[in-house]
Design a protein around this ligand. Structure first.
Ligand code: UDP
Length: 241
């Protein structure tokens, strides 16, 4: 797969189908290549535009993929033929199924203790042949200790669901301690454990998953203002081309 990219507001997004991306990632996991994936939505891009350290961290990722529909819209405004989202949650589900089939190992870091407690029953039930290298909730004081546990267990995949920007900072700081996949997954464990419902397919197909989330969690309103701001900035970038 060639790595087609589209530069959006200074960030190089991968323009690929979900399936091609998954093939590439699995090949890298099989080869135990150190890989850092950022699954970004407009909120993340806007946050990075306001925070140099975060921007630099994101730019170190091997793959920056369009988690949010806003990123696909932005790419299209700039003339790119990007057509698919690559969401952290879909990547997670795909890797869990594949990891189960291929006896891979995974470490789960993030979310509230009660979510992790539920994952400890759900994962072995659904994915009995996946080897679990460890679990830890996302509310800890000593990150070095967790990183040491990861390094010791050498998982093929490290799933980091601490929300942004925490998850990307964690990955960037510790990824050299374990050659494998490191991916930031936001609230994915909440959905996987059933604590949070993902939008029904209708909302996803009509590109309004964000609206479903807003209705479910109205406190996200302020964060979501990032979307119109992002689109405004992309239109400006397009005019300057
Ligand atoms: N979280 C965590 N540690 C923290 C803060 C947040 O593990 O110190 C978890 C939180 O429990 C939730 C996820 O990170 O599961 C953030 O979810 P959200 O959907 O807000 O993330 P986003 O997609 O916006 O990054």
């Amino acid at each position: 797969m060639e790595n087609k990219k589209v530069n959006i507001l200074g960030f190089d997004f991968l323009n690929s189908s979900f399936n091609d991306f998954m093939d590439k990632i699995k090949e890298r996991i099989n080869q135990r290549q150190n890989t850092f994936v950022v699954t970004a939505n407009p909120e993340i891009v806007v946050a990075a535009l306001n925070d140099n350290q975060y921007a630099e961290t994101i730019k170190k990722a091997d793959y920056l993929v369009p988690d949010g529909v806003g990123i696909v819209m932005g790419a299209n405004i700039l003339g790119s033929d990007m057509s698919e989202r690559i969401t952290g949650y879909d990547v997670l589900l795909d890797l869990l199924a594949w990891g189960n089939q291929n006896h891979k190992s995974a470490y789960f870091l993030g979310a509230k203790p009660e979510v992790i407690a539920d994952l400890k029953t759900i994962i072995p039930q659904k994915y009995p042949d996946l080897s679990v290298a460890g679990y830890h909730d996302g509310y800890f004081n000593d990150s070095d200790e967790i990183a040491a546990e990861i390094a010791q267990n050498k998982p093929d995949m490290v799933f980091v669901a601490l929300g942004f920007p925490k998850q990307e900072y964690f990955i960037e700081k510790y990824r050299q301690q374990n050659d494998g996949l490191w991916i930031g997954l936001g609230g994915s464990f909440d959905v996987l454990s059933g604590h949070v419902q993902r939008a029904p397919q209708f909302w996803i197909n009509h590109r309004i998953e964000w609206l479903y989330r807003l209705i479910k969690e109205p406190t996200r309103f302020k964060r979501m203002l990032a979307l119109p701001k992002f689109i405004r900035l992309v239109k400006k970038q397009n005019k300057q081309k």
